[in-house]
Structure formats: structure tokens, C-alpha cells
Ligand binder design. Structure first.
Ligand SMILES: [Zn+2]
Length: 592
């Protein structure tokens, strides 16, 4: 799909979109006024290096060097293309987007592969609506949702649906909307037969749309209506939109509540999530049919400092909880585990006992350390051999705890619970600690170096001053031209700053003046998220101007000397000497 959006619409959206509130949905931002910071959503970290300049509309991470404006942020975090990011923001800012011009008469069943994510998202939305509309005419589906205690408004809010039992109900419907089966195949909604034909993937199933973080449908899970339908749950395959390992079901609805409470409850199933949600417990998300992964963990880390795993009380639930605790070990999260009594899952428990008692149970959730050790002791007993086994089983967990204080604390608790001398436990892990620690950060340091090399310290502070106090640009212009800057990168950035300022008298439109996803945009983001100190900023600028001019003259003198050495013509030599004298004089002036 070729989409061209009017630049002025783009600019309107950019001006209206508040980068702090958009980013705030993914990152817990701290700080006040124009600069905010938080834990980077793009790389794993424990101290915040992700910064925002809300006034200028830029973000930048000093850890992984990702940076840009609100559009590039959405593109990066939601893995969408520019038009989709634009559309997401248009929805929010209330700026009307012309509907993208679609070629109406494109015959279906030709284009493959090149469908944009935006279009794939549209197709999912249409499919979800199709499935949803079918519920009311399907007594079995209505009966199913009723039997699970779901109210009509919950079915509507999550757009739960029904996929009919024919082989081509969806294909036929989409055909009537001019959407070819090949595109449905890209969405994973149809399956290709060996013989070449296509048929609907989801048949006679109740449908749970799966949403991305911003509430777009990117996949489906279908639950068989008949007991004999296999598999019981069928998910969309992975597509350009959908990677199942990172998805938390319901997160688009729970973000605010998670942030308010500083706590996320993780459940295993869609029904668990929907029942809790319907009961008014909103800070909840489900791992949606996959094991808990480190993608889940890193997403959680961005949303809340605390997480409680609410898993079934049966053997499988306990094993899943243990695995999840292992996965969460390297993350800077306070993890607790609530094991429900008997055969309960969160769905059945809340239905029977009510939300209040459930919330009381949440308060009594076990710290993950205690959970792990108790679980293993209750399974294996406390013979010396069992103790040895337990320590070995916990080894991968201990090794992945990065914080030495947390690790030591765990080992002390472990020794005490196992009633063994803590020295034995510490000895078991003493050698492994040292090597695992220097492994990761190196990469990030190198990345940092690369960008520092590109922009000199002097140029960096000069440009940062201008970005902080645009009213000083006129002063700078008098003494510094882009040619004064000896490297082309800072000369380019300087030109853009000056041009933007000349055009409007301020730098409000700066972000729009920069090419999308360009290196320059990234570097300007870096400069703006950490403004210069306002105190003595005039004197600072004057000093930088002198230093820049000095640097430029020195560079020119060096060049002149090289040219003089190589030059044989007398007249040319004289000219070069003349310029050499001028430069020397100017340099002397500067030094006085
Ligand atoms: Zn980062």
C-alpha cells in the first residue's frame, strides 16, 4: 500500500502529540519539567539512561543510543511502519487523516509479501469485527461465553467472537471487501492446502483477539467449541505483526492500573484475565498460551517494579511458576508468587470467592525466593542428597541474579531453609560469580564510544547550548558559520538549527525539519534530552565560540603549511603566506 500523507498533517500531529505521555505508557518516567528519564524500553538496564525532552519532543537512550521523536519511538517499540505510527497518533491527537488512498480495483490474489503492517492490522480489525458480529446469531457461542460468566459488555470490550464452521466463511467475507486470500495468509488467518487452495484456519471456535500494547489486534486465539476439537486452543502463527513470545494478553487495557499500583499480576489464561478484569481487577495480564519468556519480563520491567505470578495450584502450575521465577531472575523486579489452593485457577477462584478475597490472597503472595525454596523442599524432602539436588537445581537461577546483594541474600536464605552452613552454599557459587559479571555491558560502552567519536566534545557542548537557549543562536551566527565547524556532522546539525531558527524564530519545528530515522535526528535527540545548564550559559557560549574559532584557524593553518610545502609557484606561495599571516593574526586576537 502506497500511502502519502500531507506534510502539514504530519506536522500537526507531531505538534499535538505529547511525547511524554506516549512514552509514559511504556516507560515509568521520573523527573519534572522538560526533561524526564526512565528505564530504557529498548535495552535491559537497572539505572535509567533513557531521557526525554518533552518540550522539543525528542527521546534518547545513552545506553543503547536509540533516539528520535514520537514517531520513531512508536515505530521502534510497536514494530510498525511510519504510516501506522502516524495513524496511531492521529487517533489520539484528534487530527483527521485522509483515509489512505487504496487502489479499489486491485484484483485479489496477486500481491504477496509486500503487504504493509498497517494493512495487516486493518485486516485483523475487519476479521475481528466479522467474528464478533457472528456471536449473537450463534447460540453455542453465546452459551459458551455465558457459561464462562462473561458479560456481554466484556465480550464487546475485548471483541470476542465466533469463527463459523465452514471452510471459507472468512475468505468469502473478505473477498466481498476486496481483500484477497493471499493477504489473509500473511495474517495467518487461512491455511494453504498442499493442492494449492486455501481454507479458513479458525473454524467453529470462539475467538479471542490478541492485542498489541497500543490496542491493535495482531493475532487470534481460537478455542474449540466442541470437546473433541483439537487442539483446544489454536493460535495464529507468527506473522510480521505477531511474535508470540513477547505478548502479554490484556496489557493494552491494564497499563494505567499497573502504573497506579506499581504491581502487575500475571495469570496464564485468557479466561483468567477476562474474569479478573470483569471483577474490577485491572492490573492484570496473561501470558496467553505460551511459557513465560524474558521478553515478557523486560516488558514488565518497564511497567512496574513489582510482579505477582498467579498460577494454578496444580503440579503444572507450580512448575510454570518456578520457570517464570527463573526467567525473571536477571531483571530488577520484586517477584512474588501466589499459588491458589487445590485445583483452582484465578478464573474459578474469583468466581467462587469474589474479588475482595482474591486481593487479600494477593497480599499474602510468597516472595519468589521463599516460594522456590519451599517448593523444592516440599517436593524433594530434606535428606542430604535432596539438599544437594536442590542447590544444583537452583544453580541456574542463582547464576542469573545479577545484583550481588540480592544473590547473597538468596544464598543466605537458602542455607538457612536447608539448615546447612552458609559457607557451603556460598562456596558452591563463588567461582562462577566473577566471570559472568563483566560479560554484558561492554557492548553498550562500545556503542557509546562510536557516537562520541562522531561528535567532538566542544561541538557537542556548543550545539547543546543552542538547543537549550535558541535565543543565543543569533549571537552564535555572528561568529560561527557552518564552515567554522571542522567536521561535517556538527556543521550539518548547526546549519539545520540555524535554518529552523531563521524560518520561525524558535526551534519548535526542529523535529519536523529532520529526516525521519536519520542519524542526525538521533544525535539531536541525544543533545536535547540533556539540556545545557542555564547558569552562565552566555559566558559558556562565548567561550565555546572562541574555542571553535581557534580550532578552525588551527586546522586552516595546518592545511596552509601543507600546501606551502607542496606548492612551487611563487605567486601561489605568496597568496598562501598572506592567508597564513591573517590566520595567525586572528588567532592571536582570540588568545588575548
Ligand atoms: Zn536503551
Amino acid at each position: 500500500m502506497n500511502e502519502r500523507f500531507d506534510d502539514s498533517v504530519k506536522e500537526q500531529i507531531r505538534m499535538r502529540a505529547d511525547i511524554a505521555s506516549v512514552v509514559g505508557r511504556y516507560v515509568n518516567l521520573k523527573g519534572s519539567g522538560q526533561t524526564l528519564k526512565g528505564l530504557c524500553p529498548f535495552h535491559k538496564e537497572k539505572t535509567p539512561s533513557f531521557h526525554i525532552n518533552a518540550d522539543r519532543g525528542f527521546y534518547y537512550c545513552y545506553g543503547c543510543n536509540k533516539g528520535g521523536d514520537v514517531f520513531s519511538f512508536l515505530q521502534e517499540i510497536e514494530k510498525v511502519d511510519f504510516p501506522e505510527a502516524l495513524r496511531m497518533l492521529a487517533d489520539e491527537t484528534g487530527v483527521a487523516l485522509e483515509p489512505p488512498r487504496r487502489q479499489q480495483n486491485t484484483p485479489s490474489l496477486i500481491t504477496f509479501k509486500n503487504t504493509s503492517k498497517t494493512e495487516l492490522i486493518e485486516i485483523h480489525a475487519i476479521a475481528a469485527q466479522f467474528y464478533y458480529n457472528l456471536v449473537k446469531n450463534t447460540p453455542d457461542a453465546v452459551q459458551y461465553f455465558k457459561s464462562r460468566g462473561l458479560k456481554a459488555e466484556t465480550v464487546k470490550e475485548f471483541c470476542l467472537g465466533y469463527a463459523p464452521s465452514g471452510w471459507s466463511a472468512l475468505i468469502d467475507y473478505m473477498q466481498s471487501k476486496n481483500i484477497g486470500a493471499d493477504k489473509l495468509a500473511e495474517c495467518g488467518l487461512v491455511i494453504k492446502k498442499e493442492s494449492g487452495g486455501l481454507y479458513d484456519r479458525f473454524r467453529n471456535r470462539v475467538m479471542f483477539p490478541l492485542y498489541n500494547q497500543s490496542g491493535r489486534i495482531i493475532a487470534f486465539a481460537g478455542r474449540g467449541l466442541n470437546k473433541e476439537t483439537q487442539p483446544k486452543y489454536l493460535n495464529s502463527p507468527e506473522t510480521a505483526l505477531y511474535q508470540k513470545s513477547g505478548l502479554l494478553y490484556g496489557i493494552h487495557k491494564s497499563r494505567q492500573s499497573i502504573r497506579d499500583q506499581g504491581l502487575l499480576l500475571i495469570v496464564e489464561g485468557y479466561m483468567d484475565h477476562l474474569t479478573l478484569y470483569q471483577a474490577g481487577i485491572r492490573n492484570v495480564a496473561a501470558t496467553s498460551g505460551t511459557a513465560f519468556t524474558s521478553e515478557h519480563a523486560s516488558l514488565i520491567q518497564r511497567l512496574a517494579p513489582k510482579v505477582t505470578l498467579v498460577f494454578d495450584g496444580d503440579r503444572a502450575g507450580l512448575a510454570a511458576a518456578q520457570k517464570a521465577v527463573f526467567v525473571l531472575a536477571p531483571f530488577n523486579l520484586q517477584v512474588s508468587v501466589l499459588v491458589l489452593p487445590g485445583e483452582d485457577d484465578p478464573d474459578s477462584f474469583v468466581k467462587r470467592e469474589g474479588a475482595e478475597i482474591f486481593l487479600e490472597m494477593i497480599k499474602s503472595a510468597k516472595n519468589s525466593t521463599v516460594f522456590l525454596i519451599d517448593k523444592l523442599i516440599s517436593e524433594q524432602g530434606d535428606s542430604p542428597q535432596a539438599k544437594r539436588n536442590i542447590i544444583e537445581e537452583l544453580a541456574p537461577y542463582v547464576q542469573s541474579i545479577k545484583d550481588p546483594i540480592v544473590r547473597d541474600d538468596f544464598l543466605i536464605k537458602l542455607a538457612s531453609k536447608l539448615r546447612v552452613d552458609s559457607r557451603h552454599v556460598f562456596n558452591r557459587f563463588s567461582n562462577e560469580n566473577s566471570c559472568s559479571r563483566n560479560a554484558q555491558p561492554i557492548n553498550i560502552q562500545q556503542l557509546n564510544l562510536n557516537i562520541k567519536e562522531k561528535l567532538g566534545k566542544l561541538e557537542e557542548s556548543f550545539l547543546r547550548i543552542l538547543l537549550t537557549s535558541p535565543e543565543l543562536i543569533s549571537l552564535a551566527k555572528r561568529y560561527v558559520s557552518p564552515q567554522t565547524l571542522t567536521d561535517s556532522l556538527s556543521a550539518n546539525i548547526y546549519s539545520i538549527i540555524v535554518e529552523t531558527f531563521d524560518a520561525s524564530g524558535n526551534l519548535d519545528g526542529l523535529s519536523g525539519a529532520l529526516p525521519d530515522n536519520s542519524e542526525i535526528k538521533r544525535i539531536i535527540s541525544m543533545l536535547t534530552v540533556k539540556p545545557a545548564l542555564k547558569e552562565n550559559i552566555n559566558a559558556e557560549l562565548e567561550q565555546k565560540i572562541i574555542l571553535l574559532r581557534r580550532k578552525s584557524l588551527m586546522a586552516e593553518l595546518r592545511q596552509l603549511r601543507e600546501k606551502l610545502d607542496a606548492e612551487s609557484g611563487e605567486a601561489e606561495k605568496l597568496q598562501l603566506l598572506q592567508r597564513h599571516r591573517e590566520c595567525t593574526a586572528q588567532l592571536k586576537e582570540l588568545d588575548e
